[in-house]
Design a protein around this ligand. Structure first.
Ligand code: S6P
Ligand code: ZN
Length: 194
């Protein structure tokens, strides 16, 4: 591919005009993450629903390069909890990420290894800066696709295991009065902590 290069991403046409990878993530890849495990099991038994899709532009995963792409997170719920991404820390913890929201409504749930937490609302036109060290998970709180452009250092890598084991400290659910952020009652402290 020629360098430099351009491609199109617009709120009306969120799928990049060129991309190298298209990854599909289904309900089964979020096993153990949703609070209502009965609702999860029932939904999975009825079919392995498609939760989100990631379109990536490939670049060498080396220092100095950037990885970019678009995530399309479909609407839905497991029990009271909205569809969400797996979420991760970057394996190189001190790497940041920028998100630009193209369409839909949602939230980004974030936390540091030390236990600081933050939840930012996502809406079209908003740019979210995820600082170094903050794990991040996007949540679709609307009834249409939540789509966003992302860019981060190409050598950042992903640590999924920490979140798969412990979960996030905060959950985003449909409450009596709308979207609510609650403490995760199933959050597990790391083994190496007291
Ligand atoms: C990568 C970036 C996004 C996510 C994508 C899916 O660092 O944060 O591209 O990969 O939104 O989320 P996840 O948690 O399944 O990678
Ligand atoms: Zn990331």
């Amino acid at each position: 591919m020629d360098l430099p290069f351009t491609y199109q991403v617009t709120p009306g046409q969120v799928i990049p005009s060129r991309y190298d990878n298209h990854t599909l993530r289904r309900l089964s890849s979020l096993r153990g993450q949703f609070l209502d495990q009965q609702a999860y099991a029932a939904m999975l038994a009825a079919g392995d629903s498609l939760l989100y899709e990631v379109y990536e532009i490939k670049r060498p995963e080396v220092y100095g390069e950037l990885l970019m792409g678009v995530t399309v997170l479909h609407p839905g719920r497991v029990g009271k909890e909205f569809f969400m991404t797996k979420g991760h820390f970057h394996a190189v913890l001190h790497t940041a990420e920028v998100y630009y929201i193209l369409q839909g409504r949602g939230a980004m749930v974030m936390e540091t290894p030390e236990g600081e937490t933050a939840v930012e609302e996502l809406a079209p036109g908003k740019v979210l800066y995820v600082p170094p060290r903050w794990a991040h998970r996007s949540v679709n709180t609307g009834d249409a696709d939540l789509s966003f452009f992302f860019v981060y250092p190409a050598d950042a890598g992903h640590d999924y295991a920490t979140i798969e084991t412990r979960g996030f400290r905060k959950l985003v659910v449909a409450g009596e009065s709308g979207v609510e952020v609650i403490d995760n009652p199933r959050w597990q402290p790391a083994q190496d902590r007291v």
